[in-house]
Design a binder for this molecule. Sequence first.
Ligand code: CAA
Length: 288
Amino acid sequence: MSTGTREFKTIGVIGLGTMGAGIAEVFARHGYDVVGVEVDEDGITKGRQHLEGSTARAVKRGKLTEEEQTELLGRVSFATSLSGLADADLVVEAVVESLAVKKQIFADLEAVVKPTAVLATNTSSLSVTEISTANASPGRVVGVHFFNPAPVQGFVEVVRTVVTEPSVVEDVSALVRTLGKNPVVCGDKAGFIANTLLFGYLNHAVSMYENRYASREDIDAAMRFGCGYPMGPLALLDLIGLDTAYEILETMYRQGRDRLHAPAPILKQMVTAGLLGRKSGRGFYSYE
Ligand code: CAA
């Protein structure tokens, strides 16, 4: 599909967890060929199940016909190695929030992707600049930060570093518009715009719960019914994933040393105990 000066047809998505699978769905939904990369067959099976489940829900709600679902799923192929990304015009990395893992991927991508391919990271809080320096061509590296659930939220932060080529930022922003989403361009600072504003609030809600100031239901109800938020902070943390939320807070705290972002101790305890939210069946609430 033609957007700005670049032609984007095949999109690679590395990591098919909650965000990666959602991002793969969004691109396939809008006519792009998608190659989803996972570390092993088990990861691919989970990614495929996520896509099938999400699109089946859309069919049930009358937002997608069965034929459209079949076509959409037919546009997604899978690979267990980065070499599956040889034809990608854009690669979106959506693996765990680990700088070391992401840097290794961006270093390895150099040998397999086309020289013209744009490389994007969906990191929520790590330095896009630092990730980009692992690649031999940091000018083609950009942040594309989708929100959860990616098929629903209509906003994407396009993060430019001091060395991202301006045409990359323009073309990726144009591409985001073809997905029916609003791109905003911002600089490379932990948390970007939305998470910087959101995570202090979420962390505060966890502290309130930890201190037994109010019940989880009442904390959530206050923000839903008192302030009109679509969901309360503890339910939202369960959606985001407590492990992801912890990593984001920890990174933001390390960078800014703002007490607002010092992760509430119970968050770490819940992550250690495997209470990760919706994806593990239990977090602040139970989903089993
Ligand atoms: N995939 C696809 N579609 C989904 C979906 C999913 N996982 N979850 C919900 N939807 C769709 C539903 O199909 C439904 O569509 P229609 O109304 O067109 O039928 C619509 O979204 C609303 O869903 P529900 O009626 O089931 O539930 P809801 O009205 O409570 O909405 C919600 C659910 C969209 C999650 C809404 O509560 C919401 O927007 N919550 C806030 C989410 C948010 O703040 N996200 C940002 C998190 S921060 C982040 O992501 C950044 C980061 O780096 C971690």
